[in-house]
Design a protein around this ligand. Sequence first.
Ligand SMILES: [Zn+2]
Length: 293
Amino acid sequence: MLILGSAAVIVALAAAGLWYTKKHAVAGNPQVKSQPAQEENLTYEAKYQTEEVKPLPVPPPHRSLKLPILMYHHIGEPPPNPGKIREDLTVSPENFQQQVQWLKDHGYQSIKFSELYQYSLGQISLPKKPVIISFDDGYQDVFDNAIPVLRQAGMTGSFAIITQYPATHSGTNFYANWDEIKAAQDLGMEIVSHTQDHFDGKNPKYSAAFIANNLAGSVSDIKDHLGFTTHTLIYPYGRYTPQYLELAKKAGFTLGITVHAGNTVDLDNLMEIPRVRVHHTTTLKQFAEAVER
Ligand SMILES: [Zn+2]
């Protein structure tokens, strides 16, 4: 009886040892694959254990990209008596030309918002020093004065259109028409949404239904005139709420561009992308510092 009992213990210990060795051979190094024949010999419990110790998927680390996104409005000479805001939004063609030349001399290559999105998905790589040159509102002077400079330098620009405004004007603000916008697109420029009518996304008087219709409407306006679907929205006045962001995503936007200051994009927060504002009075030195910071 004693002998039989001891034998049973020895067999049990040997089996446990074998099981232990197999389990840890797999657990210790997840790269090592056990032989299929061996796997078949594992007990149900051993298989279960082996599966359980497989490493969990590692969550992606916080991802960011150094990418200055320049923010312009008017490129031209300010009108007579422009007022402080209109003047601040206006960069002279000479200054713009120097800024673009500086980018080129320092190895920057322009990309589009759509390329930033593709990059965030791991679908494409980007140039070593990417820059996005964005223009808000779709002013006529930008199409007249900025595009020739960009083309000369081999750069592209991204133009945010208020889709009910083309060919209209208000005070000293003249808006390019759809033919001019289409011509820019044909030259390789990027067109994105700036809503249908530049409404203030933080003003509580706008209902969720209004916001949803306006954002979706801007996408279909661009599709009707230019034949493609944009997924980039530049927020008018940089104003939005958490609810607005959700409605923008539902309308198909994958990138949201703010007026927050910064030159680094958080690739895990693409609905709140910061920019580098260029003012009327920005010197080349200040420009360089803001881009390189
Ligand atoms: Zn605007």
